[in-house]
Design a protein around this ligand. Sequence first.
Ligand code: TRP
Length: 335
Amino acid sequence: MSVMLTGDRPTGPLHLGHYFGSLRERVRLQDDPQVETFVLMADAQAYTDHADQPEQVRKNVLEVMLDYLAVGIDPDKSTIFVQTGVPQIHELAVFLMNLITFGRLEANPTVKQEIRQKKMGDKVPAGFVFYPIHQAADILVVKGEIVPVGEDQRPMIELAADLADRFNRTYDTIFPRPHVVTPAGGRLPGIDGGAKASKTLDNAINLSDSADLVAEKVNAMYTDPGHIRVQDPGRVEGNVVFAYLDAFDPRTEEVVALKAQYQQGGLGDVALKRRLTEVLNDLLEPIRTRRAELATDPHQVMLLLKQGTDRTRDVAENTLEEVRAAMRLDYFTVI
Ligand code: TRP
């Protein structure tokens, strides 16, 4: 039996990048009898760059919960919890802090990129630089091994694996080594052709977008600027429409044929985009319907989150008892 843990910051609605990078894999793994699955709503991590927007984080806890349930994360199979409801995570993070250098934290390529993208300049909150350690604690507190995430999260999971090793060598062997599971085909690009679909860059299709908005976003997608007339040969590499067809169109053989036709000339962007709109709306329509149903009873949705949080806290407390004993901090345990 191994444990899967992954999660998201509740800073906005989830999008197709999340679905491609991780949500799909979570739904698959929750049916694997060999895997216990935990899904985390990283609200404390959201505060590392939204400290002054508590209402936004609070609102998005419900929104992300709706996204989770709507894509098929099933609370009977997966334990869904909120980070701040499990304070053992913070406790473990404080201990892990001493097992890596400040230099290594500062060198984290994903954190550096986020600092640039979010234009933090010289106003980088200390908590933001620290969040990868906190994230390692998210994983280790439930002894997570399998971590389905997008490619940009790889440095975080490698750090968690190193911290697990360091802890095990320094004190006692408690933690398994977590590893990343990323989707084949790398990351999903933004509709503007940017390397990554992202909420911050506002270039993503949200799971909750209406059918019309999906059509509008697909129409705005970056293709090949040199492909002007239908009969012109077009480029497939870097073409966002093909990247999305590769990611989501179940008729893979037809996509292969479409690529060949596009490269040769004779296939227009309009027809191609019409196909993609259909593919995406076929995927999203049942998600939208289910989301709308669930949204009528927010109280029940939050209750499911509470149940998962209570359960995770028990698991986390068991881990912390081991941690405190290994670190010789169990002063008051009756022997
Ligand atoms: N940093 C992740 C993101 O921005 C969210 C996250 C928090 C996470 N804790 C985690 C992912 C633990 C995997 C495991 O998407």
